[in-house]
Design a protein around this ligand. Structure first.
Ligand SMILES: [Mn+2]
Length: 207
C-alpha cells in the first residue's frame, strides 16, 4: 500500500485526528502502528479542519502529517503540507484533478463504498496499520470501537462490509468477540422500567 510505503520513509510524523470516539480510536491505531516501526510522532486533535488549523499545521513544518477521520473533505485546503489521509467522510473532488502521487488517501467513497456503513475513520487507519505490519491485527478492536462510536451499526443493527471483515480479523487474533443481544442504554446502571421507558433501539411504543 502506497500510504504505508510513504509513512515508512519518514522518521517523524504528526497525527492529526478528529476529536470524537472514532477519531480518537483512529489516532490510537496510527500511534500504535508508528510505535511499532519506531517512527517518532505526536498527536493533535481538532474539532474540524479549518484554515486556521491548517495554517498552524503548516507553521509546524512537520515532515509528514497523517490525517485520520478527517481530511478527505478538505483536500483543497491542504496544499503546502506533506500529508496522507485515512478518512471515511465524503471527499471533496480534488483527488480526481490532482496527480495520484501527490495525494495518498484511503477512503471508502473512492472505491464506491458507503462511508457511513462500510468502514470508519479508525477502520481506514487500521488498514494502513496492517499494511505497515501484520502484527497490527491486534488493533482490530480499536477499529471496531471507532465504527461503533460513529454508530455504523445502527441502520443494520450490526456492522457490515469491511467492518465485518475487521471483526473477523479481530476474532481470529483473539482481541474481540461478539454475540447477539438486546441493546439497551444504561443496562448496567438504570432500573429496568427506566431502561424500557427510554429505549430507542428497540423503540417500545406506549412506554
Ligand atoms: Mn468517523
Amino acid at each position: 500500500m502506497k500510504i504505508a510505503e510513504r509513512i515508512r520513509t519518514h522518521s517523524e510524523v504528526r497525527i492529526c485526528s478528529h476529536i470524537d470516539a472514532d477519531g480518537i480510536a483512529a489516532a490510537g491505531i496510527a500511534s500504535h502502528a508508528l510505535d511499532g516501526i519506531d517512527v517518532e510522532h505526536s498527536v493533535t486533535f481538532v474539532k474540524n479542519l479549518d484554515e486556521q488549523v491548517v495554517e498552524e499545521l503548516r507553521n509546524e513544518n512537520d515532515e509528514l502529517v497523517w490525517f485520520t477521520d478527517l481530511g478527505s473533505g478538505s483536500l483543497e485546503m491542504l496544499s503546502g503540507l506533506s500529508f496522507v489521509v485515512t478518512d471515511h467522510h465524503v471527499p471533496s473532488d480534488v483527488q480526481s484533478r490532482i496527480d495520484e502521487e501527490q495525494i495518498l488517501e484511503v477512503n471508502p467513497h473512492r472505491v464506491g463504498k458507503d462511508g457511513a456503513l462500510d468502514i470508519s475513520g479508525a477502520g481506514t487507519a487500521y488498514l494502513v496499520a496492517l499494511a505497515l505490519d501484520r502484527v497490527n491485527v491486534e488493533l482490530a478492536s480499536l477499529a471496531i470501537l471507532g465504527a461503533v462510536g460513529d454508530m455504523q451499526d445502527q441502520s443494520n443493527l450490526k456492522l457490515v462490509g469491511t467492518n465485518r471483515s475487521i471483526m473477523e480479523d479481530g476474532r481470529r487474533a483473539g482481541v474481540l468477540d461478539w454475540l447477539m443481544d438486546a441493546r439497551f442504554f444504561g443496562r448496567e446502571t438504570r432500573a429496568i422500567p427506566r431502561i424500557l421507558q427510554y429505549s430507542n433501539d428497540p423503540r417500545l411504543p406506549g412506554l
